[in-house]
Design a binder for this molecule. Structure first.
Ligand code: HEM
Length: 203
């Protein structure tokens, strides 16, 4: 029961939170939203929804999802771990049973790695018209033996939900709705604040 519960909580909350950040960024950056829609229209057309095999032909869409995962860093400190034995790392002594947390947020915002880390810029994941080699410092799913178990599933889900949403709708901030905020709310995941959106059906 606990295992099934963890699969749902680790699996659902994370993906939903990433999608909530995605729509927020699409409302804030309509030119990026429009470029994704043009890419999907060119590759997929208007007569069917995108499927997973389209992904390799939609580099800008994929780069945008990667940039959302970087800038939102929904698991900013990963999941705590415990040192199984006394060890040293870069000259630091780490006693057995020390709780260790990885600062994924800092890795994703390090100005030595990412130019203007505060800027939302999908192009940073592109090399010309294609996806660039994934930078070592891109770690939304962490790394190593305890890397996220659901990474592949999450990538598929995010691609399909996001591309389907933008294929069918344009997301717009409703008139007179509160200013968009990019401050995260700490909880099970780093979530966006509640916001209103207007989903306008595309032709
Ligand atoms: C956007 C989606 C997701 C993100 C950003 C994410 C991120 C992470 C991160 C950072 C960790 C910690 C890894 C570590 O301890 O170093 C983790 C662990 C884990 N994730 Fe995900 N995750 C996502 C989706 C999912 C999905 C869809 C599932 C399952 C259906 C899942 C299941 C798990 C499990 C079981 C662990 C613990 C793995 C272990 O300790 O061995 N996650 N995830």
């Amino acid at each position: 029961m606990a295992t099934i519960h963890q699969l749902f909580s680790a699996g659902a909350e994370t993906t939903v939170t990433t999608l909530r950040w995605s729509l927020l960024y699409m409302m804030a950056y309509p030119e990026i939203q429009g470029r994704i829609q043009r890419e999907i229209d060119d590759v997929v057309g208007r007569n069917r929804l995108p499927n997973y095999s389209d992904r390799e032909h939609l580099p800008y869409t994929e780069a945008t999802l990667m940039e959302i995962a970087r800038i939102a860093s929904i698991a900013p400190f990963g999941i705590p771990h415990v040192a199984a034995q006394n060890t040293t790392l870069f000259g630091y002594n780490i006693p057995e049973e020390t709780i260790i947390m990885s600062n994924i947020w800092a890795i994703h915002n390090d100005p030595d790695t990412w130019k203007d880390p505060d800027m939302f810029r999908p192009e940073r994941f592109l090399d010309g018209d294609r996806l660039a080699k994934q930078p070592d410092a891109y770690l939304p799913f962490s790394a190593g033996r305890r890397v996220c178990l659901g990474e592949n599933l999450a990538r598929i889900e995010l691609f399909l939900f996001f591309s389907h949403c933008l294929h069918r709708f344009t997301f717009k901030k409703p008139q007179d709705s509160p200013e968009l905020s990019f401050d995260g709310v700490a909880g099970a995941a780093n979530s966006p604040r509640f916001y209103e959106t207007e989903a306008i059906l595309r032709d």
